[in-house]
Design a protein around this ligand. Structure first.
Ligand SMILES: Cc1ncc(COP(=O)(O)O)c(C=O)c1O
Length: 475
């Protein structure tokens, strides 16, 4: 019936996984590729999926621990999604958003405006999270130009943040271990510290630590000069920086500081949006803030198709628009902004989440999920566990006092990954951090299965590290 898919299956059946691995090595440069091992990788070949499970070309059924890349909210294999996507392809597979509109994209824009908090009602569609952040940052600069404040351009971000892979969104990312061999827009981005309570001085209370981190924001604005600072960008919970859950009140206090100095607040909800924390968006419902701009992607389509959005407040739109703005063009956009097929996927995804009460399910199962994360704390190599909603991090530390050499941390992560995968769980650690963000439909029994394997995988990797003289059990 489907010739491309059938011929792909035929090929993998005839030629075997090794041939595909070889071609993968030969032709396919992957994100975050280590060029030292380019051409010599042994990647799992994904060929199918059902619910929370992925199937590989060798017949293995694997729990998808990271939920793809924090995005497979409703799980794999939904026929309804396939129907919605196919239906829109046959109806109207493309329109130019530069000069036309499309009914399906309009419906999605309206739906998003209703799901976002406060007066965030104007939706700019993008192709994913990086382009959503990029558009938000460009919009902020444009906004200040419109307001006649050409110097108000600095963006404040945080260490350990991840905001994407365009030049500008990567520049706003603060993961120092990702910063080698690349160039960044250092002249317009400044960083403050991550509000990770695990890194606070032992003698300091969490509240004192929070106040200190908020003060760092204020100090940075004052150091740069409020007239030069355009926006603060923050993930509600830092995702790939290691699921950094800030102290209670942190975001609210940061927003207050931003308001005091007329600095815009961009809430990057690319991961936390669409149910990851039990709500459509976490900004208001979980962290009590209504930002000026929200960026989202990933869970918007549950990963079925690429789509992102940058959603802007009425206040900002009004300040940029009006009579005086005639001929002022926001020259930013993509051939695939508001792509109708991706919008159909998003609308169907949201409909499924509503019908199956997936947000309620996340809120109900969160305490159980987090209790299972906490149980891993007793493994000697585990330095810290943390999480919120259905996102968690099990951070393994070879040396709890100081950062270990990067290669050693990678080695530990890769051993945990192989051990877990051999037992049926994909982990794909972020270096030494096992970040879990399973599909939101996960059940209690599946959570049990996932954490049982993760425990065994970490323990086995730990035994190997001891055996190979790379780590010693602390006394
Ligand atoms: C918080 C956050 N913002 C932006 C991005 C970039 O999204 P994308 O990979 O869809 O471009 C990511 C990706 O992981 C993310 O976690």
């Amino acid at each position: 019936m489907n010739t491309i898919i059938d011929s792909c299956f035929d090929k993998i059946n005839e030629q075997g996984t090794q041939v595909f691995r070889k071609k993968d090595n030969q032709f396919y440069l992957h994100p975050w590729e280590d060029l030292g091992s380019f051409g010599g990788n042994d990647r799992t070949v994904a060929v199918g999926g059902e619910g929370i499970y992925l199937f590989d070309s060798e017949g293995n059924k694997l729990i998808d621990g990271p939920g793809g890349m924090w995005c497979t909210q409703i799980g794999y294999g939904r026929e309804e999604m396939a129907d919605a996507i196919a239906g829109q392809v046959m109806r109207s597979p493309y329109y130019s958003p530069f000069n036309l509109t499309s009914d399906i994209s309009v419906l999605l824009a309206e739906k998003l405006a209703r799901l976002t908090p406060g007066d965030l009602n104007t939706v700019f569609f993008t192709t994913g999270g990086s382009t959503a952040v990029d558009s938000a940052l460009r919009l902020v600069a444009f906004y200040n130009n419109c307001k006649g404040r050409p110097n108000k351009k600095r963006i404040i971000s945080r260490k350990d943040a991840y905001h994407g892979s365009t030049y500008l969104s990567a520049s706003a990312s603060g993961k120092t271990r990702d910063k080698n061999y690349q160039d960044f827009a250092t002249d317009i981005i400044s960083f403050i510290d991550s509000p990770n309570p695990f890194r606070k001085p032992r003698a300091m209370s969490v509240e004192e630590f929070r106040d200190l981190k908020v003060k760092e924001l204020e100090d940075k604005i004052l150091e740069l000069g409020p007239d030069n600072v355009a926006a603060f960008i923050a993930e509600p919970v830092m995702a790939s920086g290691g699921v950094v859950v800030p102290p209670v009140g942190y975001h609210r206090m940061c927003l207050d500081v931003c308001r005091k100095y007329d600095v815009l607040y961009i809430s990057d909800e690319v991961v936390t949006g669409f149910g990851r924390l039990g709500h459509w968006f976490a900004s208001e419902e979980v962290f009590d803030i209504i930002p000026d701009i929200i960026t989202c992607a990933k869970g918007l389509t549950s990963g079925y198709l690429p789509l992102g959005a940058c959603i802007v407040s009425d206040k900002l739109m009004a300040e940029m628009g009006g009579e005086q703005a005639k001929g002022v063009i926001f020259s930013n956009g993509y051939t695939y902004s508001g792509h109708p097929v991706a919008c159909a996927a998003a609308l169907k995804n949201i409909e499924i989440m509503e019908r199956e009460n997936i947000l309620e399910h996340v809120r109900e199962i969160e305490p159980y999920f987090l209790s299972k994360v906490k149980e891993l704390e007793d493994i000697p190599i585990v330095g810290n566990v943390r999480g919120q909603g259905l996102m968690a991090c099990v951070e393994c530390l070879l040396n709890p006092e100081e950062e270990s050499p990067l290669e050693l941390d990678y080695e530990m992560g890769s051993r945990i990954d192989s051990q877990c995968q051999a037992m049926g769980l994909i982990v794909r650690p972020v270096i030494n951090m096992n970040v879990m963000s399973p599909p939101l439909i996960i059940t209690r029994e599946q959570i049990d299965e996932m954490f049982k394997i993760l425990r065994r995988g970490i323990e086995k990797a730990m035994d190997e590290l001891i055996r190979d003289g790379l780590w010693e059990m602390p006394n």
